[in-house]
Design a protein around this ligand. Structure first.
Ligand code: HEM
Length: 119
């Protein structure tokens, strides 16, 4: 794995898994975002969160732009949904002790993908 990534700095797989679990709980409880996952198989949701987090932190399981676009093309995700997920992400990372500076790096990675996800 690439050295010096945020993924490594914040403890690699074990710590990231902990962040993912808490992100997952908050997300499913969220009135705006939760419903997107209503009909999605549990294991796919955990898969989503893990790959989502790892790819934003520079860890393994990165996706090409085309793959990301295709994976979300059947969902009507709006800018408002994307913004809401951004807030959930910010909150989760902050709760897990990520520095404000590093959170901004992750949010920038997240924002880069907005045009692929929002329709
Ligand atoms: C940078 C932003 C995002 C990334 C990197 C990302 C990544 C992914 C990946 C890798 C998958 C496939 C998981 C698998 O292997 O099954 C996926 C599926 C999914 N994503 Fe995202 N995602 C992003 C944003 C969002 C947003 C904003 C939403 C909802 C508001 C969302 C909702 C979903 C749902 C519901 C699925 C499952 C689709 C299905 O299996 O039918 N994603 N995402």
């Amino acid at each position: 794995m690439a050295e010096g990534t945020l993924y490594e700095k914040y403890g690699g797989f074990s710590q990231i898994s902990r962040i993912v679990l808490s992100f997952y709980d908050t997300l499913l409880d969220n009135d705006e975002i939760g419903p997107f996952f209503d009909d999605v198989d549990m294991s796919r949701i955990v898969d989503h969160q893990t790959k989502f987090m790892a790819s934003l932190l520079g860890g393994p399981a990165s996706y090409t732009d085309n793959q990301l676009r295709q994976l979300h093309s059947h969902l009507s995700i709006t800018d408002a949904h994307f913004d809401e997920l951004e807030e959930v992400l910010r909150g989760t990372l902050s709760q897990h002790g990520m520095t404000a500076e590093d959170i901004e790096v992750v949010i920038a990675e997240f924002e880069k993908r907005r045009p692929l996800i929002v329709r």
